[in-house]
Design a protein around this ligand. Structure first.
Ligand SMILES: Nc1nc2c(ncn2[C@@H]2O[C@H](COP(=O)(O)OP(=O)(O)OP(=O)(O)O)[C@@H](O)[C@H]2O)c(=O)[nH]1
Ligand SMILES: [Mg+2]
Length: 497
């Protein structure tokens, strides 16, 4: 729901501002300098700047139509949260509502009240029980709320009925998450992905919101206004639906283009057989902080949900000089909207194609096991369920020692670290190195001294097992990939027995 003015549509999609992934991009020199000067997890980043930048961008946008004004007002919501609790313990229900509160706050709302109703299942007509709707209305009036957010994905009819009776705007968890993504998307690709997800969501609900597209899509979807050919007698609803469909088709096409650029880079890495590691995990678990710790990448760290939407890839090296890549990825959350997962498919693919997943868990969270399960569900959905996974329990500095002990016993192979204090980071680096795929071919070669470049290559892409400096050159025993084995072919000698 970004404005049309902020997003000059097609032009923006060509001008991809996402950071260049390895191999063409070098780490930010400033970030490296920070890293060398000692502990750096990214929290030192000047967040004020980033935040105010975001705000200014919003203000400078000309409000071109009424829907824009309406959209701005969304930012000032005074909210009542409502949840129907069907299964699990009371604590689970409260955790879920607490998370909804964080999400709503991330979206810029002020939370006035949170209500939970215990019920077999949500009421098909009004989500909460019909009798409770009046109570909800009273709370809304008493607190002066202008929005109700329901903790689930509601049917269009449920939203409509509730709105009619509570008389303020009602949105669900899915719309809320989409809204946060829309606020945080920075790159052209990220923005296109979010818009696609929003339109998909909206399309199914056009009728639910009175058949009026302008109400929820804001200026963005109406960016293509003025399309000719509005047939006589055609209803607003049909025109809206048509406009959405053609916008969706356009977005898909530009996303395909952007994906092919990404695929080219990925293919390049594959050709050089550079192992890749993806940092995945629940939102706010500390993924970006860990990437910064491990590589000095200088990625935005923020105590907010979904701070990272664009994957950042950084080059890293093992202690023996082998090169690999580390990619920071978008965080997951319980009930991640299906439309979003689909729209972000190409971004999420980074994880599915990785050689190793570093699954970061917030050890200080109220329900880390629930987070691990939610993350694994999404990983399964995006085809990354079979990639080797290293569980890393982060924020050890803040977690209850008892909770860490429990997690340790549940996940015996897990590592315990703190991106904040640096605890466990060296061990983590070692475990990541050990988890990288090993080059497959063992060779013994006598490399003449003028071919020092080959020895360097072995350092970067292979594993040097043994070296003996002889009169004619270095006698080297190493594990290498197929490409390097080919280059070493002329110098190959029989292995010493
Ligand atoms: N106490 C403590 N805080 C941490 C640690 N690691 C990260 N944090 C904080 O947790 C918050 C989230 O960190 P990020 O690195 O942005 O988390 P993320 O997983 O990248 O989050 P998203 O990109 O929003 O999904 C920030 O406020 C960090 O400073 C840690 O080890 N200890
Ligand atoms: Mg992040």
């Amino acid at each position: 729901m970004t404005s049309a003015a902020e997003n000059p549509l097609d032009d923006a999609y060509v001008d991809d501002t996402a950071p260049e992934p390895y191999p063409s991009g070098e780490p930010d020199p400033e970030a490296v300098a920070e890293d060398e000067s000692g502990g750096y997890d990214g929290a030192q980043w000047d967040l004020e700047d980033r935040l105010s930048l975001r705000r200014v961008a919003g203000l400078s946008t000309e409000l071109t139509d009424v829907t824009e004004v309406e959209y701005r007002q969304l930012r000032l919501e005074r909210v009542v949260l409502v949840s129907v609790w069907t299964t699990g313990s009371e604590v689970d229900a409260e955790n879920s509502l607490l998370e909804l509160k964080l999400l709503a706050e991330t979206a810029g709302s002020e939370i006035l009240e949170g209500l939970i109703q215990r019920r077999q299942r949500p009421d098909p007509a009004t989500y909460i029980g019909r009798g409770k709707v009046d109570e909800l209305r009273q709370v809304v009036v008493a607190t002066g709320a202008d929005t109700v957010i329901c903790d689930g994905e509601l049917a269009p009819a449920q939203l409509r009925n509730l709105e009619d009776r509570v008389k303020v705007k009602v949105i669900d968890r899915t719309a809320l998450i989409l809204d946060i993504f829309a606020q945080h998307a920075k790159s052209a690709e990220g923005k296109a992905q979010v818009e696609l997800a929003q339109l998909q969501y909206l399309k199914q609900r056009l009728r639910g919101w009175g058949g009026n597209l302008s109400r929820q899509a804001g200026g963005r979807a109406s960016g293509g206004a003025g399309i000719g050919g509005r047939g006589p007698g055609e209803t607003k609803l049909e025109t809206d639906r048509r406009r959405i469909n053609s916008r969706i088709a356009k977005l898909r096409a530009s996303l395909r283009d952007m994906d092919s650029t990404r695929e080219t880079k990925r293919a390049e890495r594959r050709r050089h057989e550079i192992p890749s590691v993806a940092i995945v995990g629940y939102t706010n678990a500390g993924k970006s902080s860990l990437l910064n710790r491990l590589t000095g990448a200088g990625v935005l760290v923020e105590d907010a949900l979904f701070a990272t939407l664009d994957p950042t890839t950084r080059r890293a090296e093992t202690t023996d000089g082998r090169v690999y890549t580390l990619t920071d990825t978008v965080g997951f959350v319980r009930h991640l909207p299906h439309d979003l997962v689909e729209a972000f498919a190409s971004t999420l693919e980074e994880s599915a194609q990785a050689d190793l997943l570093v699954h970061v868990v917030d050890g200080s969270d109220a329900d880390p096991v629930g987070q691990i399960k939610a993350v694994r569900t999404v990983l399964g959905d995006i085809g990354a369920g079979k990639v080797a996974e290293l569980i890393v329990i982060n924020k050890a500095d803040r977690a209850e020692p008892d909770q860490l002990t429990t997690l340790r016993s549940q996940y015996p192979d897990a590592m315990i670290v703190s991106a904040r204090t640096g605890r466990g980071i060296d061990e983590l680096r070692a475990r990541v190195e050990a988890g990288l795929p090993r080059p497959e071919i063992e060779v013994t070669a006598l490399i003449p001294y003028q071919r020092g470049d080959l020895v360097n290559r072995i350092h970067q892409a292979g594993e040097l097992l043994d070296v003996d400096h002889q009169a004619e050159g270095s006698l080297v025993r190493a594990r290498v990939n197929a490409q390097l084995a080919g280059m070493l072919e002329p110098y190959q000698v029989a292995p010493a027995s």
